[in-house]
Design a binder for this molecule. Sequence first.
Ligand code: 13P
Length: 272
Amino acid sequence: MPNKHNLKKSANTMSNNDRKPLISGNWKMHMNHFEAIQMVQKLFYDLPLPVYDRIDVSIHPPFTSLRSLQTVFEVDHMPIALGAQNCHNEDSGAFTGEISPLMLAKLNVAYVIVGHSERRQLLGETDRQVNAKVHAVLKHGMTPIVCVGETLEQRQAGSAATVVSTQITNSLKEVTAAQVSDLIIAYEPVWAIGTGKTATPADAQAMCAHIRSQMESKWGNTAAQSLRIQYGGSVKASNIAELMVKNDIDGTLVGGASLKVEDFAPIVNHFS
Ligand code: 13P
């Protein structure tokens, strides 16, 4: 499955040419399971198979579609990874309405988005909870996609880098260097999500480089060069190329443009 990095080069000379890009579609609260099946079937038939040798693709539907998509991916041999949008940090218990990471692992979920800004902002999710979820996801052999990003006010106040650094420090407490190597960090500036405003490729690269250098100072060069950093926020076919040429951007977390085949297929096709 995912996370096959080309580690032939020594870690300190790696670039995003050496890290396999990950393009993830975060469907948020969209599509029932019939629509989900239709969407992935169309997507699969629209994309040339060799593209999956060059990149990893993950789809993160609502919980209600996970089982249906798992079946379709397996029966039709689609090399698309199944992703979830959230989970609880406990394996089981009296947590009405929550989903356990163990349940996700049983569905062959490969990636779990953790700490999305919509959960942080709308549902009050804290770094502490994000940290507990990161450990829960790792414990069950899945890969967390840990979301970080500043608000517009924080960017305008010049504190974007500090905000992101604090989110990383607090969300990744007690994570080992070996775990960091396979981790995904998604840099999603809050002001760019669903607004049509993308961070400039230079700004996105600057923050992703800042993140990698912070990771390096804590977990070492090998782990920092191996982990993948996605950019998210109004990614579309028209801006994927300018983002992906940047050295520290290893993929994208796509919201709105992942909901229609005609928008998402050209993003993935950029790599064919
Ligand atoms: P948009 O691509 O709709 O801006 O959403 C980004 C996002 O939140 C992905 O997780």
